[in-house]
Design a protein around this ligand. Structure first.
Ligand SMILES: NC(=O)c1ccc[n+]([C@@H]2O[C@H](COP(=O)([O-])OP(=O)(O)OC[C@H]3O[C@@H](n4cnc5c(N)ncnc54)[C@H](OP(=O)(O)O)[C@@H]3O)[C@@H](O)[C@H]2O)c1
Length: 143
């Protein structure tokens, strides 16, 4: 499967239910990679994007209950049927799903967030990396 995330230097992905940063070129990177595809997210991530589908993509939410207005997966094992989908977060969903040989597109945001939501990134091999404007974009394969 494929994952796409952005993480701060101190390992945080959000604060107060929102992204800790506003980085237009990271949003463009996200859109460029996911546009036209299926994106799968945890229910809290769905809440964080305003409970509205991201345009130009098939949106699917993982929850233990049917989520109004969007296709919902209630059994996490069913996620892997969507082999070409992007898992877009959050931390709770990712940690249950990533496994060896999965792809992780990771933006490292070179800032410290402090008291936010942490993610434990998997061990990975870096395939490609580019620094741009205080961020590092990289494509990794999970070890
Ligand atoms: N920086 C980034 O790249 C990035 C990316 C995405 C999200 N985020 C941030 O991450 C935050 C949300 O992340 P999070 O880790 O708190 O939550 P999350 O992973 O987005 O969602 C957690 C929810 O997913 C559902 N879920 C998880 N495991 C499940 C399972 N095994 N079976 C069925 N449903 C399951 C549950 O929904 P129910 O409670 O409805 O059952 C659970 O409460 C947001 O603040 C968002 O801004 C950041």
């Amino acid at each position: 499967m494929r994952f796409i995330l952005a993480v701060s230097t101190d390992g945080k992905i959000s604060i107060g239910g929102k992204l800790p940063w506003n980085i237009p070129h990271d949003l463009k990177w996200f859109k460029m990679n996911t546009y036209g595809d299926t994106i799968i997210m945890g229910r809290k991530t769905w809440d964080s994007i305003g409970k509205r589908a991201l345009r130009g993509r098939t949106n699917i939410v993982v929850s233990r209950h049917k989520v109004p207005g969007v296709k919902t997966i209630t059994n996490i094992d069913d996620v892997r049927e969507y082999k070409n989908a992007w898992i877009i977060g959050g931390a709770e969903l990712c940690k249950q799903l990533w496994k060896k040989d999965d792809i992780l597109l990771l933006t490292r945001v070179h800032m410290t967030v402090g008291n936010g939501l942490s993610i434990n990134l998997p061990e990975m091999n870096e395939l490609w990396s580019k620094d741009f404007d205080s961020h590092t974009f990289s494509i990794n394969i999970i070890k």
